[in-house]
Design a protein around this ligand. Structure first.
Ligand code: UTP
Length: 476
């Protein structure tokens, strides 16, 4: 069991001796827990992180000569032409062979949503109020049933929400999934740092303030938790990656998986979906090509002059917005996780972090952001892939995120999009849907993944109504 006395020299050498103030007054159990926390910190790397991200924060380098990343367009009228049916076939074959797993990153703190619980438990269904986790579970079940092979689902939690997440699935009997096919593992955490001094913050006496290490922490966590080993044992070759807060994600899209696995310019290591940006200043990362490699440039790092550039047809040149849906090769995860040289960089976020001041001996509830949280981003893995492709999808079809309590990207906007998508699917199947001013659907419609995974799938259903009544609330 680690002892504080044994770790103290490393703590001092890293300039963090304030952490040791008052430890003698902790009871033995608290001392032991604190020692375990201190032991887990990477004391060798910490001074470098403080220098780089707190004392002299660097703006991440933007590659010279940025170009828009090429992508596989959605419309068959746009160049380059590509054979959607062929790639759908490849993806379906992967699913039939049981070579695809789903992977959800659900370790975030969801601070903007302000919901008291893991974000995946948030009621999202526009009629049923079904939680986000159930929306995805329906998709996973339906995909496994459609292709006649298990689709294991890996869910990354954080130490802060792990038990609540696992308990939620148990209470709901895993939403009809085989519990052996749903695997949870917590991501790593990293100490939160004082913005002014770079000191490691304490949340209370004898407890380091920590934050989850970002969705990019998934690479290491997938490997160290044994999830990758479990995938290998099951014959999984590719992972369909998505976030916990976008109920429109197609959990395993055969066309996208087929492109990822078989397109001539894909290394099968890391592929991404994009939607056309809604406006030049939309706050989404943009797929670019720099130094010969595809990458995501955060909206705040893309020079305004480039963000506003238009092509001859008047469309934004840099229009490929990231929706954080990826396909990742299992071998690539292994390679990244075991190759220290390709560890993902950190990004800093300045936030309010309530903390304990060991010198004053009092709790501090900051009114202004006082802390730096370090996070890794999954998309920093893209330039590390041999070659990486981008595939365009439709915004209504696949992007209805729930980030905020109200306003843009909130549950209200997501619910409107759910109804709009359901209406489009129904109309494509010949069902009449009432629409009012501006084409807005005059009904609330929710289609479960168990009923249909996409518009074509819905058309196969024989028991659809001929029309939706105005003002109706409909669940299919
Ligand atoms: P966001 O960047 O939206 O962060 O995460 P968040 O923590 O959910 O919400 P805010 O910013 O505090 O309001 C995008 C996705 O990445 C996951 C989230 O759970 C979400 O699915 N994520 C984020 C992790 O799994 N771990 C992290 O450390 C951060």
């Amino acid at each position: 069991m680690p002892q504080i006395d044994a770790i103290a020299p490393r703590v001092r050498a890293a300039g963090q001796e304030h952490l040791l103030l008052g430890v003698e007054s902790l009871d033995p159990a608290a001392r032991a827990a604190f020692a375990r926390q201190l032991e887990a910190i990477d004391w060798d790397a910490l001074p470098g992180w403080i220098k780089r991200y707190v004392r002299a924060p660097e703006t991440p380098p933007t590659p010279d000569a940025l170009e828009p990343a090429p992508y596989y367009p959605q419309s068959s009228e746009r160049k380059p032409a590509w054979d959607r049916d062929r790639y759908r076939g490849v993806g379906e074959e992967l699913l039939r062979a049981g070579k695809v797993a789903c992977f959800t990153v659900a370790g975030g703190q969801g601070s903007r949503l302000g919901y008291d619980g893991p974000k995946g438990c948030y009621p999202a269904g526009c009629v049923t109020g079904k939680p986000l986790f159930e929306v995805f579970a329906d998709g996973v079940r339906a995909t496994a049933a459609r292709y006649g092979a298990p689709v294991p689902w890996y869910i990354m939690t954080s130490p802060l929400n792990h038990e609540a997440t696992v308990g939620f699935f148990a209470t709901h009997e895993h939403f009809g999934l085989d519990p052996n096919d749903v695997k949870f593992f917590p991501q790593g955490t990293i100490p939160s740092l004082d913005k002014a001094t770079g000191r490691v913050l304490l949340s209370e006496p004898g407890e380091v303030a920590t934050n989850p290490d970002g969705h990019g922490g998934a690479i290491r966590a997938l490997y160290e938790s044994g999830a990758v080993k479990d995938m290998r044992a099951r014959g999984i070759e590719h992972v369909s990656y998505f976030q916990v807060d976008n109920p429109h994600t197609r959990v395993a899209d055969p066309v996208f998986l087929g492109l990822h696995a078989a397109a001539p310019d894909s290394s099968g290591e890391f592929s991404s979906k994009m939607v056309a940006k809604a406006a030049w200043d939309e706050k989404v990362g943009v797929f670019c090509k720099g130094d010969g490699r595809v990458c995501v440039i955060e909206y705040s790092d893309l020079p305004e002059s480039l963000a506003k550039e238009t092509d001859a047809g008047g469309s934004l040149r840099f229009n490929a917005g990231s929706v954080a849906i990826h396909a990742i090769g299992v071998g690539f995860i292994e390679k990244l996780a075991t190759d220290a040289a390709s560890g993902l960089p950190f990004h800093r976020a300045v936030k309010k972090v309530p903390c304990y001041d060991p010198e004053l001996g009092e709790q501090v509830d900051p009114t202004e952001p006082n802390g730096v949280k370090l996070e890794r981003f999954i998309f920093d893995a893209i330039p590390l892939a041999g070659s990486s492709i981008v595939y365009e999808t439709d915004r209504v079809e696949e992007f209805a995120p729930i980030k905020n309590a109200s306003g843009a990207d909130s549950v209200e906007t997501s619910k409107d999009l759910q109804t709009e998508r359901a209406a489009r699917w129904l109309e494509a199947a010949g069902v009449s849907v009432p629409r009012g001013a501006g084409g807005r659907v005059d009904a609330v419609i929710e289609i479960s993944g168990l009923t249909a995974l996409d518009a074509a799938h819905l058309r196969e259903r024989s028991n659809l109504p001929s029309a939706i009544e105005p003002g109706a609330k409909v669940v299919l």
